[in-house]
Design a protein around this ligand. Structure first.
Ligand SMILES: Nc1ncnc2c1ncn2[C@@H]1O[C@H](COP(=O)(O)OP(=O)(O)OP(=O)(O)O)[C@@H](O)[C@H]1O
Length: 343
């Protein structure tokens, strides 16, 4: 895939909060390449620099150093009218929706079109088309406060798409929504990506958002990108401590501490964790291979997760047998199977 958004050694420093204090390095020497048409996730704890990073991408904030190009346009070099023209090609949606409360749904979606001088009839046509796309055709004359959170975010998405952007930036766009509404909004974003070919950058602290829609993910810590990869790779094989902590909140973790002790007390034999990716393996194949090899086991912990529609299993079993026997039994199940004893 072709590169779409390229960050080359980008930093953003803010002056110290008080005189004589330390400068704040919100984004620290970040280089990243986001492909055209992908959904790219950025995760990290509060203060890691995620919001600042997206605000640099659309140049709501100037960079302190480094360079950002979008398509072949060096957006960090532009000023004035040329910058504003490029900014209309980048839509943005927010956690708090940021709708204009005094305008109707249609008025909100029309707003960016008015700003760029699209004439009235064309505006009407475009607004109708956008509201249809986000499933709010019947609510054109409602005011934001009359809508649910999910509906308001759909208006936000329609407004962000009004000027036909190639890029959509979503800053915690589902964080104020309940789980069910989150799924609806994520499905809409996935459609925006698939049907309109828009490159989407999502910042979130909700891992489900990433496993559901992001093709790739970057992990930020203290202004730096410490890990980047396909969502599946990062979630099944996180390499940094911070990525491991995030991943554990959604992908089944190994039993640890008290939980492990309880399992040990409750079950006879030794505990082994079998992990597998979708390279030919499945829970059923693992179980049947163990049974065929005559290994007497109990599943005591774990299960199978779905990451971007792909399977990831982490099964802890209690067995009377040894690691070699288990590894031997499982060796033909698939390339992605690993066995580890929980000591
Ligand atoms: N305009 C600003 N002036 C001074 N410091 C700022 C400014 N914007 C952000 N920062 C600081 O930069 C760092 C990164 O903040 P940022 O909001 O980008 O992080 P984040 O990962 O998006 O966190 P959150 O999810 O809480 O928004 C923080 O230390 C923050 O206080």
């Amino acid at each position: 895939m072709a590169q779409h958004i390229v960050l080359d050694r980008v930093s953003k420093r803010f002056p110290p909060a008080k005189r004589g204090g330390e400068e704040i390095v919100a984004v620290d020497d970040v280089s990243l390449s986001i492909d055209r048409g992908e959904v790219f996730g950025i995760i990290g704890y509060s203060g890691a620099g995620k919001s600042t990073l997206v605000r640099l991408i659309n140049q709501l904030e100037p960079v302190s150093s480094g360079r950002i190009t979008i398509g072949d346009v060096p957006i960090t070099e532009l000023r004035g009218r040329r910058l504003r023209e490029q900014q209309t090609g980048i839509g943005m949606i927010f956690q708090r929706f940021n709708l204009l409360t005094s305008r109707t749904v249609a008025g909100n979606v029309a707003y960016p079109l008015e700003v760029v001088g699209v004439e009235r009839a064309e505006r009407k046509r475009r607004v109708a088309e956008l509201l249809e796309f986000v499933g709010l055709a019947g609510r054109a004359d409602a005011y934001p406060e009359q809508l649910s959170g999910g509906q308001q975010q759909r208006v936000g998405i329609a407004r962000a798409l009004a000027t036909n952007p190639q890029v959509l930036l979503a800053d915690e766009a589902t964080s104020a929504l309940d789980p069910e509404t989150t799924v609806e909004v994520l499905d809409l974003l996935a459609r925006v990506n698939r049907e309109l070919g828009v490159t989407i950058v999502v910042i979130t602290h909700e891992m489900e958002v990433i496993t559901r829609i992001a093709d790739r993910v970057a992990v930020m810590e203290a202004g730096r990108v410490v890990e980047v990869g396909t969502t599946y790779d990062v979630f099944t094989r996180p390499s940094t401590p911070v990525a491991k902590r995030f991943v554990q909140t959604v992908v089944r973790a190994l039993p640890q501490g008290d939980e492990l002790e309880q399992l040990r007390a409750k079950h006879e034999g030794r505990l082994f964790t079998i992990s597998f990716t979708d390279e030919g393996a499945s829970e059923a194949r693992v179980f049947s291979a163990l049974a065929k090899a005559g290994i007497d086991f109990n599943l005591v912990h774990g299960g199978v997760d779905d990451i971007q529609g792909r399977v990831y299993g982490l099964l802890t079993i209690a067995v009377r047998g040894d690691a070699d026997a288990i590894a031997w039994a499982l060796q033909r199940v698939g390339a992605g199977v690993r066995v580890e004893e929980q000591r």
